[in-house]
Ligand binder design. Structure first.
Ligand code: EPZ
Length: 429
């Protein structure tokens, strides 16, 4: 299994182009099941997760073609007809978001059998809200041997749905089903993460009728069929935030391009409070920090968008490990999302975790060590810590990283980081 080796201490200077958002790309790919016409997605990230979903979609009847377009990587998805409405466990378990093919399959064919996503290291992550929304739209749902078996004997019908709390996945799933339902669907307490806006706008380009995009109430008037479209995937705000924190941690000056400053407003506010310079530009931000001066500790609490993203919590914790003072970090979205804390402690951090809260007491410096990636965002927090740690940090289980960060080592080393992938010959278990 590959590892990543980082020799800490190098400043970062240069430019990093942000890729298309993983968490938008995979939902947009699922949307291609809703039409028999081709959907062309540009600004596509090339990641393990997009590859997984491509494999699943191919089984369902989608022709998936990755190509290099004039503006970079793109994916052409074409589903003339659904050849199978079964999403098997071995594919869904690899990536939870594959579960979101259930709604489009139901909308297009009236039936689907999709494996439950199973456990996940960052918490229980059930799909009850997804199923409640589909049931409200007229789906008959049974759970059998780990599979959701769903049918719509009378087609999907518009419904008024108020989510008990905000869920990104359930909002997207309900939206994907509602666009082809008969009548009007109202989604209240909808999530309004930028990736949902991206999905809604792409569906609109395909012929869907959606009002209230970017708000917490979506009104969807079902249409008889959707057509194809060309759509450019929104920039990845979590990748952007991760590199912004990396630059702040290592010190130096990095310009993040091909993105939009407003995608990281909540993070930028906290970084500025901590003493980092964050300057918006027309296509991103410039992050500047003098490594000779310690940052100040600041508190953060994760919230749904536009609040501080849970997907940036681990990275921010890494940044706080060497800040002056105590930082209190509340995780409000997932119940078990501090697995990076023990790994950061191995690098010399002083962190105490209790329930949904971590107290980070800033230390003057981190020291390189062997650590292990536990999930996608946790693993990038270890990279960030390693950039500033004295000596060598060796990160194991990097397969988590390739799920969501495109060409990470290349992007960081282009800015001067001493980071490389170590290919191991022996397999670990
Ligand atoms: C999405 O997950 C993202 N994944 C996550 O990013 C992200 O952390 C999360 O939204 C929050 O922003 C994708 O977009 C693929 P939720 P999702 O439904 O949709 C509970 C990454 O690293 N819940 O908003 O699964 C759930 O357990 C990933 O890229 C239910 O109880 O998040 C959680 O505590 C990690 N029942 C909370 O709601 C449900 O039916 C929010 O989850 C659904 C969710």
């Amino acid at each position: 299994m590959d590892r990543i080796a980082i020799e800490g201490g190098a400043r970062l200077e240069g430019e990093i182009a942000i890729s298309g958002a993983k968490n938008s790309a995979i939902k947009l790919m699922a949307a291609s099941l809703l039409t028999s016409e081709p959907l062309r997605l540009t600004n596509m990230p090339r990641l393990a997760d997009t590859r997984f979903l491509g494999q699943l979609l191919s089984r369902l009847g989608t022709e998936v073609q990755e190509q290099d377009g004039p503006d970079g990587p793109e994916t052409l998805l074409h589903t003339p007809e659904i050849i199978s409405a079964i999403a098997p466990y071995d594919l869904v378990r690899q990536m939870r978001a594959s579960f979101n093919v259930l709604g489009p399959l139901l909308a297009r064919t009236g039936e689907a059998k999709v494996s439950l996503p199973g456990g996940c290291t960052i918490g229980a992550r059930p799909v009850d809200l997804h199923l409640q929304a589909l049931t409200a739209m007229g789906a008959e749902i049974e759970l059998e041997e780990g599979y959701v078996i769903a049918r719509t004997p009378h087609g999907l019908k518009g419904a008024e749905i108020e989510f008990p709390f905000v869920s990104v996945g359930a909002t997207e799933h309900a939206l994907l089903a509602a666009v082809l339902a008969d009548g009007t669907t109202v989604l209240r307490k909808a999530a309004r993460e930028p990736e949902i806006g991206d999905l809604a706008r792409c569906l609109t380009a395909m012929g869907a009728r959606i009002e209230g995009v970017d708000t917490d109430e979506l009104v969807i008037t079902g249409v008889g069929s959707l057509g194809g479209a060309n759509w450019s995937v929104i920039p990845d705000r979590i990748e952007m935030g991760s590199y912004a924190v990396a630059a702040a941690m290592a010190g130096g000056e990095v310009r993040l391009t091909k993105t939009r400053p407003e995608l990281m407003t909540a993070l930028a506010e906290k970084m500025i409070e901590a003493g980092v310079e964050v300057t918006p530009t027309t296509d991103g931000v410039i992050v500047k920090r003098d490594p000779a001066r310690r940052l100040r500790a600041v508190d953060v609490a994760t919230e749904v968008y536009p609040g501080f993203a849970t997907d940036l919590q681990a990275q921010f914790m890494a940044l706080m490990t060497t800040a002056e003072g105590d930082s209190v970090i509340h995780e409000n979205i997932f119940e078990n999302r501090f697995m990076h804390a023990p790994e950061l402690i191995r690098l010399g951090a002083d962190i105490h975790v209790q329930a949904g809260e971590a107290v980070v007491r800033g230390v003057p410096a981190l020291h390189g060590a062997q650590v292990m990636a536990t999930d996608l965002r946790a693993s990038v927090s270890l990279v960030i810590a390693g950039l500033a740690a004295e000596g060598e940090t060796m990160i194991g289980r990097v397969y988590h990283l390739v799920r969501g960060f495109e060409r990470l080592e290349e992007k960081l080393s282009a800015c001067g980081a001493d980071i490389r992938r170590v290919r191991d010959e022996v397999h670990e278990h």
